[in-house]
Design a protein around this ligand. Structure first.
Ligand code: SAH
Length: 341
């Protein structure tokens, strides 16, 4: 099998080119074509000799993410993309336009094995991990297709990023590195269902990215009903790992909480959440649950969600309701991909 050239970091590509007898500045040129000019084929690399291009063609490949479908919201300009990978697996990504810049949400795996009960991405199980280059390619394609510059990246699409840890780290390094798109680490968010050992490892990486923790329940019992991973890592351990992340990086953790009517949006939940978060320097993001065809969870009314938020605010919690984007073009996370399977 040919080597996946877009998954080499800048330093690795220099070593790789040295190993095939090429000078280091050639690695710089190739890296620039791949990660700054967002080039998808060796034949476009016109400042390389034909023989070098042929050599690259034989030994390496630029893994594709071919556009399968694109939906554009008439309400807010949100774009949803479905991309086809080299082996026929599909992944979806979203471009959201905000006043402060463009944000892209990418997938980290084809499918997911975490089994959260309200999530569409997990229904067919995990197909495979994405390579670092396949995570990057989603962003490169979106910039190329739309002509829009991306300034924020959230790893909140299909998949559990910390279940694909090594590729995720490479992805972050290449994405934020000065010779590529050079996106600020502070503009990168990684969302996890709470894989404790990996959160602790991530805390040691000396990165400035934001960690988002999918909480969804304020007690071990409630969380366990929604997220099977809670059986493996108890809530107290997950919170301790988030505290460690904050201590090591100075980065405030975001807690995500999908509001499911009658399940986790009661006054008791407000009290329990307050107890959990009041003394933590954090941010709470409420996501009224997106109904998934295969599941029968009910989304709270706008009024209920606002009440829930206001009650938390009164107790001193730093909380927002996630603004709904592109509600006219998709169902829940992972729904576009599901429809195509
Ligand atoms: N595996 C990671 C990232 C992917 S999901 C994680 O668990 O964090 C991104 C966020 O969307 C998570 O908080 C997830 O729980 C939430 N989510 C998934 N399906 C949803 C749905 N139908 N409605 C609302 N939020 C959902």
């Amino acid at each position: 099998m040919k080597k996946d050239i877009c998954s080499f970091t800048y330093e690795e590509l220099k070593e790789e080119m040295a190993s095939i007898g090429e000078k280091s500045f050639r690695a710089g040129q190739i890296y620039d074509w791949l990660h700054a000019k967002l080039c998808g084929s060796f034949s476009e690399m016109t400042n390389l000799s034909r023989s070098l291009r042929e050599k690259l063609e034989q030994e390496y490949e630029i893994l594709p993410a071919e556009l399968e479908e694109r939906q554009i919201s008439a309400l807010d300009g949100t774009n949803k993309f479905l991309f086809r990978l080299y082996d026929g697996n599909m992944v979806e990504s979203v471009l959201m336009k905000y006043k402060h810049g463009n944000s892209v949400c990418i997938s980290s795996q084809a499918g997911c094995r975490m089994g959260c009960v309200f999530c569409a991405s997990t229904i067919g199980g995990l197909k495979r991990n994405l390579t670092a280059s396949e995570m990057l390619r989603q962003i490169y394609q979106i910039q190329t297709i739309t002509g829009e510059r991306v300034s924020n990246v959230v790893v909140m699409g299909t998949g559990e990023p910390l279940d694909n840890y090594d590729n995720l780290l490479k992805f972050i390094h290449i994405l934020t590195e000065e010779h590529g798109l050079h996106i600020s680490q502070r503009n990168v968010t990684v969302s996890t269902c709470g894989i404790v050992p990996k959160i602790l490892e991530l805390a040691e990486e000396k990165l400035q990215i934001t960690l988002a923790l999918s909480l969804h329940g304020a007690t071990q019992e409630k969380r366990r009903k929604l997220m099977p991973i809670a059986n493996k890592y108890e809530l107290s351990r997950v919170l301790a790992a988030c505290d460690a992340y904050f201590e090591k990086t100075g980065r405030r953790v975001t807690f995500e909480y999908s509001l499911v009517h009658g399940v986790n949006d009661t006054p008791e939940d407000v009290r329990e959440l307050t107890g959990l978060l009041r003394h933590r320097n954090c941010h709470l993001n409420l996501i009224p649950v997106n109904p998934v065809k295969e599941r029968n969870f009910v989304r709270p009314s706008r009024e209920n969600a606002l009440n829930f938020k206001n009650n938390l605010e009164k107790s001193g919690i730093n909380v927002t309701i996630r603004r709904e984007m592109g509600s006219d073009i998709d169902g829940a996370c992972g729904q576009l991909r599901r429809r195509k399977l």
